[in-house]
Design a protein around this ligand. Structure first.
Ligand SMILES: Nc1ncnc2c1ncn2[C@@H]1O[C@H](COP(=O)(O)OS(=O)(=O)O)[C@@H](OP(=O)(O)O)[C@H]1O
Ligand SMILES: Nc1ncnc2c1ncn2[C@@H]1O[C@H](COP(=O)(O)OP(=O)(O)O)[C@@H](O)[C@H]1O
Length: 245
């Protein structure tokens, strides 16, 4: 039985609240960062590689001087969403809140990488609708259950098969595959070669480049402002701060 709190949520309507515009617009932030904000939404079964590919991509973006943030299901459930479980309503509330958080980052010009099973199409589509089509890039890790289960990096499938975890996605809980994701990543390429996390991250990077989310690679001295600071940091031209006291 799910003790969902999601049904209690009240959104703005019927309350005496008014939208407050900020003084610095998203476009100005994007110009300063020389990138276009968006969320890259990784969805797939537990063990499909969402976190690994998201981390690999974030590293590659950082090395290009791109400002990102990474939101991961396991981590968010330690804090912001620690009061949510895995029933359908709580998963929906989990994805709704994460969608709102990614919107804040996207509105600040960042590229947000969100790695969540997000098993229900409706929840993912709600986030897409909230962000708008150009700001939401759905990446489907289309890895067969057998492969995810064979990996079983955290031993959760074993526990689920033994009945010690109830409602585990793919075992006794649904996963609704995306119908029209922007990017689908499979275990093997068309010619049958296994796809490592680096090549999967490259596929996404190529998409971002070809769809105008990243500035074209250019000489470092042509980059300015915050983007320059990040590029310098990535190349370690900025002295590493010493946090010890
Ligand atoms: N019942 C059940 N089903 C699926 N997953 C479970 C469950 N219980 C715990 N876990 C662990 O929680 C991680 C998934 O959290 P998410 O926030 O991504 O889930 S969801 O999007 O709300 O469905 C998931 O992480 P990943 O393996 O990285 O996907 C698991 O470590
Ligand atoms: N492309 C890949 N090829 C082979 N193994 C992978 C690949 N991507 C991830 N893995 C491995 O699969 C396991 C699960 O990956 P993880 O990123 O934790 O999945 P998820 O976040 O979807 O649960 C890890 O042991 C990881 O090293």
């Amino acid at each position: 039985m799910c003790n969902s709190i999601a049904a209690q949520a009240v959104c703005g309507k019927d309350q005496h609240i008014t939208w407050q515009e900020g003084a610095v617009r998203r476009e100005a932030k994007e110009r300063a960062l020389q990138q276009r904000g968006c969320v890259i939404w990784f969805t797939g079964l537990s063990g499909s590689g969402k976190s690994t590919v998201a981390c690999t991509l974030e590293h590659a973006l950082f090395n290009r001087g791109v400002l990102t943030t990474l939101l991961d299901g396991d981590n968010i459930r330690h804090g912001l969403n620690c009061n949510l479980g895995f029933c359908e309503e709580d998963r929906a509330e989990n994805i709704r809140r994460v969608g709102e958080v990614t919107k804040l980052f996207v509105d600040s010009g960042l590229i947000a990488l969100a790695s969540f099973i997000s098993p229900y199409s409706r929840d993912r589509d709600n986030v897409r609708a909230r962000l708008g089509p150009r700001d939401f890039i759905e990446v489907y890790l289309k890895i067969p259950l057998e492969m995810c289960e064979a990996r079983d990096a955290k031993g959760l499938y074993k526990l689920a098969r033994a009945g010690k975890i109830k409602g585990f996605t793919g075992i006794d809980d649904p996963y609704e595959a995306p119908e029209n994701p922007e990017i689908t990543l499979e275990a093997c390429s068309a010619d049958g070669r296994p796809q490592c996390p680096e090549s999967m991250a490259r596929t996404i990077l190529t998409y971002l480049e070809s769809h105008g989310y990243l500035r074209a690679p250019m000489a470092n001295n042509a980059v300015s402002g915050p983007a320059r600071a990040i590029a310098d940091w990535a190349e370690r031209k900025t002295p590493v701060l010493d946090y010890s006291i």
